[in-house]
Unconditional design. Structure first.
Length: 562
């Protein structure tokens, strides 16, 4: 009996121990799983998540949540050696920048040189440094430095106007904040482990300075202050701002692959502008436009002047070389032509090229502002319409470029008028002008949200289509008492020069005693020539309203040899 009871007790105890061990192992396993899940959650935690858990004062001083590192040690050392840097850098800047300024010297000035240059006593502050690319497979290390400089440097410019007047102009109170990019490439085995350094101003966050003239107000001399300020900004933009880069060889070798190279072509159609600010006391402004991707004189394009007009229609084509689609932009400045006097700026605008899809026409309306750097001006200066087409290099067989004729389109106009033109000097091959002739089928589908022009709150709308170059006109039927008319009428129009012609669409209200214009829109044929068929809604420039059109193009190229 004792044996049996002992056996049963032993078995019960043994089974209990087994269950206890199994239960403990289960708890231990669950704890391990929970710990693993917690660690995995921490690895996914962002900086924003950590800030929700802990306040900033709870972080130890060694905790860093970003790749950007501070450079207090560099700023301390730079402050110590700054007087020596000032002496050396001032002479270097004088010798390298002065020839550059001459390239950008505005037409209102005869000469532009330095008479005095000192970087002052206040050293710049480097506020951060971080690594952008350190992959060995790319063969380079890309580093960026953020710099802030509110210095007391002083620059005196010796300026001569076209009439021989000398102006001692001071540039002072310069404030600058920007990010410099350093590229160490190629990576090699020998010290210092890289062959060359490329440097560039990757981002210009702020640039302020003050111009003054000894014994008077520089603004009292028309256009001089604006011309000098424009020259300084353009020189900085084009000689140092990314994608432009300066190459400093460290080890002997060929570093031509590091130089700036074209990646594509930007085709620009300057279509029109509307509601431009009037700069003339008598009559209206005589507007013309200046366009560039890089503000070099040789790469800047100027439109024709349209006299006495605040709603000019240019319909001019220009092409530009693109070197970095992701960072470059197209700048347009609209001026009022003042004859023998310096032209007056009406307004300017920029459009980033990274919004463009290769091979697709982008139609944009840009509001003009007084200053692209400091946009404090709220005055309405008008709008300008552009058509943009980006064609990457090496895609000639993939992307259709209707403008690729080897000659500027404006030269084609001279040929059509019986004039002559010079061949493009960049090519040794004989050029051809391409005249795109074909049939444009326009279906006026409908309109919507037209303004009420009748006493009964309705309108009797009809549409007039006009080809601007040929003057051919077509008219739809009149629809009575509607603000959302539906026409569904198609017109086939023979077009002799599609790349130059424009379609003017006007909506009118029919009245027994006359007619009233409701609104209009003007469009080039670039998009329909490129895509073949377009169905879209176009806003009218009147009080309100939109018109729905279906455009179809059937082209026949005609080649004319030089």
């Amino acid at each position: 009996m004792g044996f049996v009871s002992g056996l049963i007790t032993g078995l019960a105890l043994g089974i209990g121990l087994v269950f206890a061990f199994a239960y403990y192992e289960s708890i231990r396993s669950k704890r391990r799983s929970d710990l693993a899940a917690t660690i995995a959650a921490f690895t996914r935690m962002t900086l924003a998540d950590s800030k929700k858990i802990l306040q900033g004062e709870c972080y130890p001083s060694w905790v860093v949540f970003t790749q950007r590192q501070k450079l207090n040690w560099l700023n301390i050392q730079l402050k110590k050696i700054w007087p020596y840097v000032d002496t050396a850098a001032s002479e270097l800047i004088r010798n390298t920048v002065e020839p550059t300024l001459e390239q950008y010297r505005p037409a209102v000035l005869a000469s532009l040189t330095f008479s005095k240059l000192t970087l002052g006593t206040v050293a710049p502050q480097f506020t951060g440094i971080w690594i952008v690319d350190a992959e060995s497979k790319s063969g380079q290390i890309t580093m960026e430095l953020e710099m802030k400089w509110d210095g007391d440097l002083l620059i005196e410019l010796d300026i001569r106007t076209l009439v021989g007047v000398g102006l001692p102009v001071q540039v002072k109170n310069i404030g600058f904040t920007g990010v410099f990019r350093l590229i160490f490439k190629p990576l090699v085995d020998e010290i210092p482990c890289f062959g060359a350094v490329c440097y560039s101003l990757r981002e210009k966050k702020n640039l302020d300075f003050k111009l003054s003239i000894a014994g008077g107000d520089i603004k009292a001399i028309p256009r001089v202050a604006e011309a000098i300020e424009e020259t300084i900004r353009d020189a900085l933009e084009d000689t140092l701002t990314w994608p432009v880069r300066k190459i400093v060889p460290i080890l002997p070798g060929d570093y031509s692959d590091l130089e700036l190279k074209p990646v594509g072509t930007l085709e620009v159609k300057l279509v029109q502008a509307k509601d431009l600010a009037n700069k003339d006391l008598i009559g209206k402004s005589d507007p013309f436009a200046v366009l560039f991707v890089r503000p070099l004189r040789s790469k800047t394009k100027t439109s024709k002047t349209i006299n006495n007009q605040l709603n000019p229609v240019w319909n001019e084509h220009f092409d530009f070389i693109v070197e970095d689609l992701s960072t470059q932009h197209l700048t347009i400045r609209v001026f009022d032509d003042e004859g023998i006097q310096a032209s007056e700026l009406i307004g300017c605008a920029q459009v980033p090229l990274n919004i463009l899809e290769p091979g697709k026409v982008k139609d944009v309306w840009l509001y003009l502002v007084k200053d692209l750097e400091v946009q404090r001006d709220t005055k309405n200066r008008g709008q300008v319409q552009l058509e943009l087409l980006y064609c990457p290099k090496g895609t000639d067989n993939i992307i259709k470029n209707p403008f690729k004729s080897g000659v500027k389109l404006t030269s084609l106009e001279k040929v059509l008028e019986g004039g002559t033109h010079e061949a493009d000097a960049t090519s040794s091959q004989k050029k051809k002008d391409v005249i795109v002739r074909g049939v444009l089928s326009v279906t006026v589908i409908s309109a919507q949200d037209l303004p009420a022009v009748d006493l009964m709150g309705k309108a009797d709308p009809y549409v007039v289509l006009t080809m601007k170059k040929s003057g051919a006109k077509f008219k739809t039927r009149v629809l009575n008492d509607v603000l959302n008319p539906v026409w569904n009428q198609t017109f086939d129009i023979i077009v002799e020069d599609g790349l130059h012609d424009m379609l003017v669409v006007e909506v009118w209200d029919h009245d027994t005693f006359g007619k009233n214009k409701i609104g209009k829109c003007i469009m080039t044929l670039t998009r329909v020539i490129l895509e073949g068929e377009v169905r879209d809604t176009f806003p009218l420039d009147g009080k309100s309203g939109k018109i729905n059109l279906h455009l179809k193009w059937t082209a026949q190229p005609v080649f004319r040899n030089d």
